[in-house]
Design a binder for this molecule. Structure first.
Ligand code: PFF
Length: 448
């Protein structure tokens, strides 16, 4: 970052940071278990459709707004409509960052435990791990501390350089695991489940889960891309950068599924096992694989790093907001936000068997999500809040700021956007808000 407020050093700098935010537990942990719970291939198809027709055009809108005003989400909205109630949409984004981090950090903590487990050759015991109150709390605290330390010292140097090396390694490793997995005896049933859609499986919940996952995985709906777009140069083609991020992100998720489902069916496991899926299936795969112990260590190290580049971005949104808008000292704010997140996340950490109360919390009805506190937070912040935030932000971009101004901003530096300009304006003003709105209504049971 060069200038006073900071700017990505190059086009690749943005792509790596944004892809680092997008690629994470959402791809390797959340995507497969949602596919498993929501009936397989039909969900996959819906998900890809949402990424293309909603996620990507919407992402251009967030990036354009950020680059235009050069602020965090709250500041961006204030700059366009000073003093209006729209600022609450920005605040929602800031809260959502903390909300997602509060459960995401718990899962990230599990990945750290699995690095150790693989290293000592213990491939099982998922249930014991996640129901041990001390272990999960300490692991969660460790991951939040790690995230804070990096955000505290600035993101630029280490993490960017490391992700340039490690993300390609992750790609290669996943590719090798796909080959191994699809060659297992009985893998074809898994491929069928994953790739051959049964459209009767599509319900309101499935549609919202697919849309929610598209936003979650691409880090959309909470202003992260506003924040990251604010560090982008005007000369850059934000459409092509955004397309790369979307492509890499979708590929990693798709690859994770290509490993999990063939392996899962070959081993006769249940695809709808929920959030524990990846932590049960991958170790089983490593346990029977020649050299599986080393592969397992490498896999969980890469997964932890992928999670870390996402938790950094989640923490960066509230921190950037406090620093920009309240002139708070960055270092103090990092610890304050981390502390709040930890307290807020403890119930999630304890909700996988450690505490009976949080395990069967069940405030949000069962037709929407599982009763444990972690699943409830995942639904509230990861699905609902991101979809609602995206609804409000698309209206803000398309109608309040103005789709024409937004399109001008996108066009600056972009080649070939001119032909699609009219289509994009239609999408951001009508199509995207309408589709999200209908899906949210459906969620509240309006069409049943
Ligand atoms: N996209 C991340 C993942 O898929 O793991 C999660 C995430 C990060 C969501 C940042 C939202 C966000 F702003």
């Amino acid at each position: 970052m060069s200038q006073a407020r900071g700017e990505w050093s190059s086009k690749l700098g943005f792509i790596f940071a944004a892809a680092g935010s997008a690629i994470g537990l959402g791809n390797i942990w959340r995507f497969p278990y949602l596919v498993g719970e929501n009936g397989g291939a039909a969900f996959v198809l819906l998900y890809i459709l949402f990424v293309i027709v909603i996620g990507l055009p919407y992402m251009f809108g967030e990036l354009a707004l950020g680059r235009f005003v050069q602020r965090n989400p709250v500041g961006a909205i204030q700059a366009i409509r000073p003093g209006s109630a729209w600022k609450w949409v920005g605040y929602l984004g800031v809260f959502t960052g903390v909300g997602i981090l509060s459960f995401y950090g718990v899962i990230a903590g599990w990945t750290v435990a699995y690095i150790y487990k693989m290293a000592v050759g213990s491939f099982g015991g998922f249930g014991e791990l996640i129901s041990d109150p001390l272990a999960v709390s300490l692991l969660f605290a460790f991951f939040i501390l790690l995230t804070s330390a990096i955000v505290y010292g600035g993101v630029s140097g280490g993490i960017e350089r490391w992700s340039k090396i490690l993300m390609p390694v992750l790609f290669l490793l996943l590719f090798g695991l796909i080959v191994y997995s699809v060659l297992l005896d009985g893998a074809s049933a898994g491929l069928k489940f994953y790739l051959n859609p049964d459209f009767s499986k599509i319900t309101g919940r499935v549609v919202l889960a697919a849309l929610g996952q598209a936003f979650f995985s691409l880090s959309l709906g909470m202003g992260l891309m506003i924040t990251y777009g604010s560090y982008m140069s005007k000369k850059e083609d934000l459409t092509s950068s955004g397309l790369y991020v979307g492509l890499f992100d979708t590929m990693v998720a798709f690859m994770a599924g290509l490993i999990i489902f063939p392996a899962l069916f070959a081993m006769g496991e249940n695809p709808a096992a929920g959030p524990g899926l990846v932590f049960v299936i991958f170790p089983k795969l490593f346990a029977q694989m020649p050299g599986g112990q080393i592969v397992g260590v490498l896999f969980f190290i890469l997964l932890a790093i992928a999670a870390l580049t996402s938790t950094i971005s989640l923490l960066e949104v509230p921190v950037a907001f406090m620093v920009d808008e309240h002139k708070a000292p960055r270092k103090k704010i990092v610890w304050a936000v981390a502390g709040v997140t930890f307290i807020f996340g403890l119930p999630s950490a304890l909700s996988q068997g450690a505490s009976e109360y949080f395990t069967n919390f069940g405030l949000i009805p069962g037709r929407l999500t599982d009763p444990d506190f972690l699943s409830q937070m995942s639904f509230l912040w990861g699905d609902f809040s991101l979809a609602f935030g995206a609804l409000m932000l698309s209206i803000f971009i398309g109608w309040v700021w103005g789709a024409d101004k937004a399109a001008d901003e996108i066009e600056s530096g972009a080649t070939g956007f001119g032909k699609l300009r009219g289509l994009w304006i239609f999408m951001i003003r009508y199509f995207i808000p309408l589709v999200i709105f209908i899906i949210l209504l459906n969620l509240f049971g309006l069409f049943n």
